[in-house]
Write a protein that binds this ligand. Structure first.
Ligand code: ATP
Length: 401
């Protein structure tokens, strides 16, 4: 349909990038990327009238996203023809624009495409030997300065390498190491770096990539020299295992990436940690939650590692202000089974204990609204946690006394 419409309206449309790569690999990929000559937005606006769906346009970038009724998404981008050190051979005149567009991409395996226009539908585009690299399992940049021009490609390379079990081609690896050693990663804004790290750690093979990034000195460049790399790796693996346990037990985790990030940042110097957290432009409550973690986790661990007996209410006092997303890294950092048992007792049981008495019950008992309300509620919960009261009747008796 897209090809028919493009043909009718005088545009050239191509399916390109990850969608084509995964199609050839036989891997599911529901994100369809389409490049349009000459104007993706005006084409998408015409198309939406024809096939329906919800269109969002981004005029500053010349892109548009169409969400279809079944929830699937198609991204449209205008073919870009910027100046790059293009190889000497003259491109075929007819396909100059799309060829230039594909030349700007990260790796040869992502430069594959096919034509969508109805008379030539399915004609394969492979200007840079991407199909051969895909068959050989090789990740290769298109030009020497690729990693200098966009250092986030360093993280993309090791992400794809682990995801598909591919190998970074020798020369590409040399360009990459060069960019790393020349401090190119420091040039990237924290927000973009965090986005790429998040993509990396969201993969099933995220920890393999993370270890590779550590071995290549990437993590040191992003977060400052990590002193105990083995310990950091072990803690990351523990976080991964603990999150799997949480999933099985139905314990909710809001943002797995930030769970890993807490562990990584606990190995950093404070000024780097603060710079990274500020640069991420997190929502205030998330930022505060992370800051609370770094201010409090050491003190909490000291108490939790102590083998002395804690009553349930005392455990809640130590752990109650940490979010679930903070308790997982706290457990991983502790490396202690006692801490793990205590945290999971809290997550699975103690955090769910609540009281039945409500504000209106206290009004009925003659209390005047004010700070006393929360004081009573808090103490009631402590009594309930420690097993001294078990139902509403007993709660009311306790309040009266
Ligand atoms: P994924 O399966 O992770 O979504 P993808 O290849 O589809 O992989 P996207 O991030 O959606 O990844 O990017 C779409 C396409 O845009 C890629 O195939 C690649 O050609 C290009 N691209 C993305 N990021 C970059 C980059 N930093 N530099 C150059 N090209 C990029």
């Amino acid at each position: 349909l897209i090809g028919q419409k493009a043909q009718k309206e005088g545009y050239k449309a191509y399916a390109i990038g990850g969608f084509v790569r995964d199609l050839l690999l036989g891997v599911e990929n529901l994100d369809i990327d389409i490049v349009v000559e000459e104007n993706a937005i005006s084409f998408a606006e015409k198309l939406v009238k024809y096939i329906g769906g919800n269109l969002k346009t981004y005029p500053n970038f010349g892109t548009a996203t169409l969400t279809l009724k079944d929830g699937s998404k198609i991204d449209f981008a205008t073919a870009r023809m910027e100046f790059y050190p293009f190889p000497a051979a003259l491109p075929e005149v007819e396909e100059t624009t799309i060829k230039h567009d594909l030349y700007r991409r990260d790796f040869t395996i992502n430069t594959l495409g096919f034509k969508l226009n109805s008379p030539v539908f399915g004609d394969f585009l492979d200007f840079f030997n991407g199909k051969k690299d895909l068959e050989d399992g090789i990740i290769r940049v298109l030009y020497n300065l690729s990693f200098v021009e966009d250092p986030t490609r360093i993280l993309r390379a090791i992400r794809f390498e682990a995801r598909y079990g591919f190998k970074i081609e020798e020369q590409t690896l040399a360009f990459m190491e060069n960019a790393i050693n020349n401090n190119m990663l420091e040039e990237v804004k924290v927000g973009r770096m965090a986005d790429e790290l998040k993509l990396m750690l969201s993969e099933k093979t995220g920890l393999t990539s993370f270890k590779r990034a550590m071995d290549l000195g990437i993590i040191d460049k992003i977060f400052g020299e990590i002193e105990d790399k083995d310990r950091l790796l072990k803690e990351m693996e523990t976080v991964n295992n603990l999150m799997e346990i949480c999933q099985v037990k139905g314990i909710s985790i809001d943002e797995p990436f930030l769970v890993y990030l807490r562990v990584i940042l606990s190995h950093c110097r404070e000024h780097i940690r603060i710079k990274f957290l500020k640069g991420m432009n997190l929502e205030k409550n998330l930022y505060d939650d992370l800051m609370y973690f770094f201010e409090e986790y050491k003190g909490a661990l000291e108490k939790l590692r102590n083998p002395k007996f804690y009553s349930p209410s005392e455990l809640v006092e130590i752990l109650g202000d940490f979010s679930h997303d903070s308790l997982i890294p706290l457990t991983a950092i502790s490396g202690s089974n006692l801490v793990k048992r205590r945290v999971f007792l809290y997550l699975e049981e103690l955090s769910k204990v609540s009281i039945e008495t409500k504000g209106e019950d206290l009004l009925e008992l003659g209390f005047k609204p004010g700070p006393i309300f929360s004081e009573i509620m808090e103490n009631l919960r402590k009594e309930k946690l420690d097993g001294n009261i078990s139902n509403k009747e007993e709660e009311i008796i306790w309040v009266k006394s």
